[in-house]
Design a protein around this ligand. Structure first.
Ligand code: GLU
Length: 322
């Protein structure tokens, strides 16, 4: 009798333990992105789609969250609220070196994984405002970015370049990028800054309405390139926005790169899995968003200033990229 009871007990325990044991192994990680009309959000979706195809192999599920942008993402990764985040390369540099929003507080546990698409500082204005240059922003209502965004810093650098004071010379608004396009079309603002890959939903929305709008050229960026190591010259292809009133084929400005960041506390296995799935399937990955068309395995290792996470390094060494 005792033996039978023991057997039944073992069987019941076994039945109970099997699903629990295999379920417990699945790890969930979340990537912080940006507003849904930007490129970070679909970029996070593309990464999660690549990795989740192999969920069973890695016991890993990647989910995506819409957030306020780069600065929010870095802070959320650093305080453990998110495992991964997409962040501008300039923001990564500032966080790791204790500058700007992180003045005197270098984020020692910040790790880079890889770079993604180039992002350009995009200034879009209504035709009626007459804004044709940075200097013309004077006296206008300008959305320069929400506090968690990457673009707030770029807009401030652009204003400084034109000698404009954020408090005195313009009526600064701190709208989220996702709200800015409709604010422009409703004529509640005259212009907005968005540091973003192209094409994106925000600029499409801003150029699709009744109010005529154009992208403003920021041609003389040499002083910025001389002062900051993370800026490069950039061009916005106007073919993506046929409804904008620009006549030129491309509009000059300055730009950075989108990067994937994580924390030193995230395991090598998880970071390895994400890196491997994106790199091994890069051609399929590139098809998931037109802004990815310029990606190469080589340029995806550029623009990283935080130490590369050891899980990613393991993959890069395996395939001879490092
Ligand atoms: N570069 C923007 C930021 O850091 C986000 C752009 C996007 O969502 O594509 O806030």
């Amino acid at each position: 009798m005792k033996k039978v009871m023991l057997f039944v007990l073992c069987l019941a325990l076994g039945l109970l333990m099997t699903p629990v044991a295999s379920m417990a192994k699945i790890q969930f990680v979340t990537i912080g992105t940006g507003g849904v009309t930007g490129v970070y959000y679909p970029a996070g979706g593309a990464i999660s789609r690549m990795v989740n195809k192999k969920s069973k192999v890695y016991n890993l599920k990647v989910t995506v969250e819409s957030t306020g942008g780069s600065v929010f993402n870095i802070n959320a990764v650093m305080n453990g609220d998110l495992e991964f985040g997409i962040a501008q390369s300039d923001r990564q540099f500032q966080a790791v070196n204790g500058l700007k929003e992180w003045e005197g507080k270098p984020q020692k546990k910040l790790r880079s994984v890889f770079s993604l698409h180039p992002e350009s500082v995009t200034l879009i204005a209504t035709d009626a405002s007459g804004i044709k240059s940075l200097a013309d922003l004077k006296g206008h209502r300008v959305a320069i970015g929400n506090p968690g965004s990457g673009q707030l810093g770029n807009a401030r650098d652009a204003l400084a370049l034109a000698g404009l004071d954020e408090k005195k010379d313009i009526k600064a608004e701190y709208l989220k990028a996702v709200e800015a396009a409709s604010a422009l079309q409703d004529e509640r603002i005259d212009a907005y800054f968005y540091t973003v890959g192209h094409p994106n939903g925000s600029i499409k929305e801003a150029t699709a309405g009744r109010i005529k709008v154009h992208i403003v050229a920021i041609p003389d960026v040499q002083p910025l390139l001389a002062k900051y190591p993370y800026y490069a010259k950039a061009f916005i292809p106007m073919k993506f926005y046929p409804n904008a009133t620009n006549k030129e084929a491309e509009v000059p400005t300055f730009g950075v790169k989108a990067t994937l960041v994580t924390s030193a506390d995230i395991s090598d296995e998880i970071v390895y899995a994400i890196t491997k799935e994106v790199f091994d399937n890069l051609e399929a990955f590139k098809k998931l968003h037109p802004a990815f068309s310029v990606l190469t395995k080589k340029n995806m290792l550029e623009g990283l200033s935080a130490p590369i996470h050891p899980g990613a390094v393991k993959y890069y060494k395996e395939v001879g990229l490092m």
